[in-house]
Write a protein that binds this ligand. Structure first.
Ligand code: F6P
Length: 326
């Protein structure tokens, strides 16, 4: 591999708070190491159509505190085709971009893995998703902020839940993972979290209702991870209405509010460390790895592992939630 003189950076898939801090860190760290930077807009779509602009240090000023992504993002079907990826490669050659830094979640890093293999092209991935579902990293950029957003929302809903003595199902994001639901439930003192990781093992609703919810209180809040496996909050509420009509049940779906907002300190620091480490990785000759964090240490995780392995839920957290909701 020749020396890397110019890198491209893009954000892809669902946005996550802290992506801007990561863009800033990658850009500044590259320039610090005399590497040129080009910002690619709208993710892989912009790579195909050539929406690219040179980035100087001032292009990333005053963005560390902003949610969303200044580079915009997209979910790009064309990049899933060999023809689309060929066009993307042609753009990279035309622009003189020697390596890519891709900030995104599972789908985006899967795309990066295929592209890197197909064209023998160096790519470094950064885990950017509120879902925290990438294997090999303890945290993903955006997860902590989303968790705090969930905490604020649930605290508010608790006021009305307890005034009306109602049972609330609150649906949170996470795609097929229950990290937001489980840790959100612990952080807000919920009665339970219904998560996909254990949905096939037990009927979580039945267990919950038959244990009588919380005996010392007349209201209850249950966090439900969105997923076909849990059925989602609406479906669970329907079941309660039919099977346990004694409960006055309500549903709140938090939705995209979870993806917005100024990133937390944890996310800003994480994004800054991972962004700087992405440039170190390239300088060390690493390629086709995701930069992650484990036990507070930077780690390189091959794309194949990061996207293909299921990240396990910590069962001790489930047990903690159960014990504290008596
Ligand atoms: O992957 C992030 C995420 O917010 C998931 O939690 C959610 O299922 C999905 O994206 C929603 O995507 P979209 O904004 O494209 O509907």
């Amino acid at each position: 591999m020749g020396t890397i003189k110019c890198i491209g950076i893009l954000t892809s898939g669902g946005d996550a708070p802290g992506m801007n801090a990561a863009i800033r860190a990658v850009t500044r760290s590259a320039i610090f190491n005399n590497i040129e930077v080009k910002g690619i807009y709208h993710g892989y779509r912009g790579l195909i159509s050539g929406e690219i602009k040179p980035f100087k240090t001032e292009n990333v000023s005053n963005i560390i505190q902003q949610g969303g992504t200044i580079l915009k993002t997209a979910r790009c079907k064309e990049f899933q085709t060999p023809e689309g990826r060929q066009l993307a490669y042609d753009t990279l050659r035309h622009e003189g971009i020697d390596a890519l830094v891709v900030i995104g979640g599972d789908g985006s890093l899967t795309g990066a893995r295929i592209f890197a293999q197909e064209f023998d092209y160096p790519i470094i991935g950064l885990p950017g998703t509120i879902d925290n579902d990438l294997y090999g990293t303890d945290l993903t950029i955006g997860y902590d902020t989303a968790l705090n957003t969930i905490m604020d929302a649930v605290d508010k809903i608790r006021d009305t839940a307890s005034s009306h003595e109602r049972l609330f199902f609150i649906e949170v994001m996470g795609r097929d993972a229950g990290f937001l639901a489980l840790n959100g439930a612990i952080a807000t003192g919920c009665e339970a979290a219904i998560i996909p990781e254990i949905s096939t093992e037990i009927d979580q609703l039945k267990e919950l209702v038959e244990n009588g919810f919380r005996k010392s209180k007349n209201s209850s809040i249950v966090l439900v991870a969105e997923s076909p496996t849990t059925g989602g909050a609406m479906q669970l509420a329907e079941r309660v209405k039919n099977e346990y009509p004694q409960y006055d049940v309500r549903v709140t779906i938090l939705g995209h509010i979870q993806r917005g907002g100024s990133p937390s300190a944890t996310d800003r620091i994480l994004a800054s460390r991972l962004g700087a480490a992405a440039i170190d990785a390239l300088l060390e000759g690493q390629r086709n790895v995701m930069v992650g964090i484990r036990n507070d240490e930077i780690v390189y995780v091959p794309f194949s592992k990061a996207v293909k392995h299921d990240k396990p839920i910590n069962r001790e957290l489930l047990d903690t939630l159960r014990r504290l909701s008596i």
